[in-house]
Design a protein around this ligand. Structure first.
Ligand code: DLL
Length: 444
């Protein structure tokens, strides 16, 4: 099996990536050992987990093998909210050196904590992420993930530094300055949400900078769903290779899973985060390869061990070996969450399906919004999408053509017709972080 070597000046394997290539039996040994330790720790120090395990009659001593994970209770976002702010911490405040928070859709955020050891693990998994995306010492990394309570900025920051790359900690926003820095500092890699990077490409065009002519070669994108069609647009428009990375605050932040050069799914750093796939309706564990909800258990977290976290992200585990040589199992790219689905005229719709349809049509721009309304008790869906200035000016009668192609593409994917609004470039609000793709104006 060829092993993808870390591409530093000596061409060796980055030491942090050694666990990426462990023989499966060794990897499982590490996982088993860590699982027992984390369950023990959570049972000792987190009241909610102890109560739930007691209620099921499960003791830490009952956990011997990885399959015993199924005996453990789930943790949900509601549990983090209900115990806000510090109720799930397993370490005293004197050992906690960092807090992050994620703004929920409603009300209070959820708070997550890290000890020094947790921060080292985080830097390690992010180093492995960057190495898997082909970054190395000598790369200049413009980190446009937001710094602050969001985990993206600082998570990527320490990983890129530990890799030995040069980090430009610019955070999100101030797009013109981003473009200037990219040009003047000889930036070779960028981290951002894919939606923010599409905005950056657009602004660069407006100020006469062609990203394809810069040394920029890699984009490390994540924090929101983005389709293969979006990836293709980004790669063509900026001349880079675009990688998908996945993570969530509750588990650690970015650094849970990453694509490698093969780009057929994301390797889960499963020596630290144990993945399962369950049926979101019944909670049953599904066999390898089946599509369902991703559930993650942190195997080494100290400040906030999380047992069987229901991510709501829908994917499947790929168990076939990856040509890159990593033995870590992969998850398919996450196109949807179980809770971002809406139903229009009896049809289940996910925003990512709409994105895939839109971007297939020439003359569209990668900026769109889905607007949901309710008229006389019936849910209605409209799609607003920006089109290029040439199409918008309709000098060559292109507007109607694009509208028809779009209507067809959407009908082909969703099986229904939706209202389409082709709008002028720049009329949809841009985001510096995660894009808001769905505006729900339905009142209950
Ligand atoms: O978004 C952490 C992160 C930062 C990941 C930077 C990648 C890069 P949260 O704000 O807690 O954390 O949001 C987590 O975002 O459950 C997914 O629904 C979604 N998500 C994250 N990465 C991806 C991805 C960060 N690559 C939630 N594809 C997760 C699709 C993603 N969805």
């Amino acid at each position: 099996m060829p092993i993808e070597r870390w591409n530093d000046t000596e061409g060796g394997l980055h030491p942090a990536s050694a666990h990426d290539y462990l023989p499966t039996t060794k990897l499982q040994e590490v996982q088993r050992r860590r699982l027992r330790a984390v369950v023990d720790r959570a049972y000792q120090h987190v009241a909610l987990i102890r109560e739930r395990m007691d209620a099921r009659g499960v003791k830490p001593d009952d956990i011997h093998d990885l399959s015993d994970t199924a005996k453990l209770p789930f943790t949900t976002k509601a549990d983090l909210r209900d115990t806000y702010p510090f109720g799930l911490f397993a370490s005293p405040m004197s050992e906690i050196v960092r807090l992050h928070a994620s703004s929920g859709t409603t009300g209070k955020p959820i708070v997550v904590a890290y000890t020094n050891e947790d921060l080292s693990v985080w830097a390690e998994v992010m180093t492995r992420t960057f190495a898997a995306c082909g970054l190395h010492r000598g790369d200049v990394v413009q980190n446009a993930f937001g710094y602050g309570l969001f985990t993206g900025g600082l998570g990527a920051h320490y990983g890129a530094e530990a890799l030995g790359a040069t980090v430009v900690p610019i955070s999100g926003g101030n797009t013109e300055r981003q473009i200037m820095v990219m040009k003047d500092f000889g930036v070779t890699a960028v981290c951002a949400t894919p939606s923010y990077f599409t905005h950056l490409i657009e602004r660069a065009n407006e100020v006469g900078v062609d990203l394809r002519e810069l040394p920029l070669r890699v984009g490390v994108f994540g924090a929101e769903p983005w389709s293969d069609a979006m990836r293709e647009r980004i790669e063509i428009d900026s001349g880079i290779k675009a990688y998908d990375i996945y993570g969530l605050s509750e588990i650690i932040g970015p650094g849970v899973a990453s694509e490698c050069s093969v780009q057929q799914g994301l390797h889960v750093f499963e020596d630290h985060f144990y993945p399962e796939i369950i049926d979101p309706d019944t909670g049953e564990t599904l066999p390898d390869g089946a599509e369902g909800e991703l559930v993650l258990t942190t195997l080494s977290k100290r400040a906030m061990p999380i047992i069987r976290y229901r991510t709501r992200d829908i994917t499947r585990l790929i168990t076939e070996p990856c040509p890159c040589g990593r033995t870590l199992r992969r998850i398919r790219r996450i196109g949807r969450r179980s809770d971002d689905m809406f139903i229009i005229r009896g049809v289940n719709v996910y925003p990512s399906q709409v994105e895939a349809a839109l971007l297939k049509v020439e003359g569209t721009l990668p900026h769109y919004q889905i607007i949901l309304t309710r008229e006389q008790g019936l849910d209605q869906m409209a799609v607003e999408v920006e089109v290029t200035p040439e199409v918008f000016s309709d000098k060559i009668g292109a507007l109607e053509k694009v509208r028809m192609s779009l209507a067809q593409a959407i009908e082909h994917i969703l099986g229904i017709r939706v209202a389409l609004r082709l709008v002028e470039p720049r009329s949809i609000a841009r985001s510096e972080g995660k894009a808001k793709r769905v505006i729900d104006r339905r009142t209950i």
